[in-house]
Design a protein around this ligand. Structure first.
Ligand code: ADP
Length: 218
């Protein structure tokens, strides 16, 4: 069955979500209060509708409650973002993802029941800073304020050693949960799997511990 989404707010962030969901084969209803934005997405989204999403009657008439996942990508207007989220929650939408502008905004969103809160600018800043610090940290996924998964390219200090040789779980309290080797992905590598030069290690753990490991071996 095709997945059905609603994206509210067609700025740069919401707009790129619409394009990508459509590219991935999903049905997307795109909503914005600006006619210009709605026109821009009329040929891209499955449906593109002008609507003020802070108006509960409008939301009811659009049948929003029948969609499985709604993304609120209203940027600057924090009040509209919060009110929209509240209405979605009251309508019983099963999954609500909201873009937060700041920590206070996030706190309120969580309190009223947003399922996922994202901070695209902050997260991208963190990711780019990590890439700048080390050429060997390729990517970064924040799991919580303290924990993350990082992709680290194995250099010649790591190549040739097995996971048991490195003993990083005991030394750093972090885990290598996968190894990317060209097209191949080794899921849950075993203790005697040997690391090869340019393998990409998927490391999970506390950010401070992963950074200790990266500093030591890079
Ligand atoms: P970005 O930073 O991702 O570019 P913007 O703040 O430019 O985000 O875009 C947010 C979009 O949300 C705008 O297109 C705006 O018209 C829309 N928007 C703001 N308030 C409402 C609302 N009450 N109902 C529907 N859309 C809204």
């Amino acid at each position: 069955m095709k997945k059905e989404f609603v994206v509210i707010g067609l700025g740069r962030f919401g707009g790129s979500i619409v394009r990508e969901l459509v590219r991935l084969g999903a049905d997307v209803m795109a909503l914005d209060s600006s006619q210009e934005r709605v026109d821009e997405y009329s040929k891209i989204a499955t449906q593109s509708v002008i609507a003020d999403t802070t108006d509960e009657e409008v939301m009811k008439s659009l049948g929003i409650r029948n969609f499985e996942h709604v993304i609120v990508a209203i940027g600057e207007n924090i009040q509209a973002s919060i009110l929209t989220t509240l209405i979605l929650k009251e309508l019983g939408v099963p999954l609500i993802t909201v873009k937060a502008q700041n920590d206070y905004h996030e706190k309120v969103l969580r309190k009223i029941g947003a399922d996922h809160v994202v901070h695209p600018e902050r997260d991208m800043g963190i990711r780019i800073a990590n890439n700048m610090i080390s050429n060997n940290v390729l990517d970064y996924l924040e799991l919580s304020d303290e924990h993350s998964i990082m992709e680290i390219r194995a250099n010649d200090l790591l190549a040739g050693y097995s996971l048991i040789d490195l003993d990083i779980r005991a030394k750093y309290g972090i885990n290598i949960v996968g190894i990317k080797r060209g097209e191949q992905i080794i899921i849950s590598p075993s203790a005697d799997d040997k690391i090869l030069l340019n393998d990409i290690l998927l490391v999970i753990g506390a950010v401070v511990d992963i950074n200790r490991f990266v500093k030591k071996v890079m």
